[in-house]
Design a protein around this ligand. Sequence first.
Ligand SMILES: NC(=O)c1ccc[n+]([C@@H]2O[C@H](COP(=O)([O-])OP(=O)(O)OC[C@H]3O[C@@H](n4cnc5c(N)ncnc54)[C@H](OP(=O)(O)O)[C@@H]3O)[C@@H](O)[C@H]2O)c1
Length: 352
Amino acid sequence: MEAKTVAVYGATGHTGRFVVAELERRGLVPVAVGRDEGKLAVAGFGADVERRVAAIAEPESLDGAFSGVAAVINCAGPFLDTADAVATSALRLGIHYLDLTPEQASAQATMAHFDQAARERGVVVMPAMAFYGGLADLLVTAAATGWQSIDEARIVVALDSWQPTIGTRITGHRNTARRLIVSGGELRPIPDPPGELVLELPAPFGRQDVIELSLSEVVTITRHLQVGELHSYINQVPLRDLRDPTTPPPRIDESGRSPQIFLLEVQVSRGTEIRHGLIRGRDIYAVTAPLVCEAVERILDGSVTQSGALAPGEAFDAPAFLGALSPHELTVEIAHAMGYEPRMRGISQQAS
Ligand SMILES: NC(=O)c1ccc[n+]([C@@H]2O[C@H](COP(=O)([O-])OP(=O)(O)OC[C@H]3O[C@@H](n4cnc5c(N)ncnc54)[C@H](OP(=O)(O)O)[C@@H]3O)[C@@H](O)[C@H]2O)c1
């Protein structure tokens, strides 16, 4: 097995292409895998990037496409349709598996189904290693460094706009299961209707209407942290873009990213102590490539000593991981303060 060779399934997609390029930039060797030979041919990969065709419904084609690689990064979503087949093939071959799922049900199923087999094979299975999912897990973990448990965690994503890919639109339609949050220390269905707040966020966002919307970070965080309350929010502006069928897909400018600005803010509290974490960056699709490639690089270089189904915050030294991406890919700030009220500050319930 070639320790530097990494297969990318769904390599022809918007995010898959970012991931192939990022692997090359890091000196790893990508193998671009997709279900459509024609799309692989015109995806713009360099002549030295090997291309292989494999379909979800044909396990032997997946095994063939992933043979001889050390890990597979699954970028083909909805992951409810692809994760099981790709991870099953990875486990048959005894290679690491990572994916980008924002879907809670997929992350849960992947962790539940493949943990034991991954331990037995001595490999890592890591769903949700992406902007939605792993990044919030890493920031919460970094902010809660040294704590055994968290009383309350609040995660806020703010985007100035959202030009969604086809994959995002299809995944959103497929991901209809009632979302989970944590309340009273237990996973529970998100309130219906979801909570709405008005938050004062750091510049350039300022005052924003946000709505409770939980994704795969709830699955990854609760895999390794004891949390009393865990609530995730997103501002309403990008959801309006997403709901509008005429919003175009993202366009990359000369910087190699779309102009979309994101902010990820977490607040965690324990007793009277409260800590804040803030990540800023550009383009939630583009930033997913350095996130998942940093993860695969750390797994392949032996820094991760555990095997099995692992959450990002469980597998990695979260401050070091985020620090390695800062300031080029994103910027990170973590602030500790004592003596705050036990309940989160800065939240006002929307009068509606
Ligand atoms: N968690 C996060 O923050 C995050 C970040 C980025 C992306 N994602 C997720 O990653 C997925 C891909 O996003 P994207 O932006 O790259 O979308 P995209 O540009 O539409 O690409 C989707 C890719 O998945 C492939 N694909 C989809 N269903 C497949 C199936 N059943 N079998 C084989 N291949 C399949 C597509 O192949 P064809 O071209 O042949 O159709 C294409 O290569 C989405 O589910 C998205 O939600 C998550």
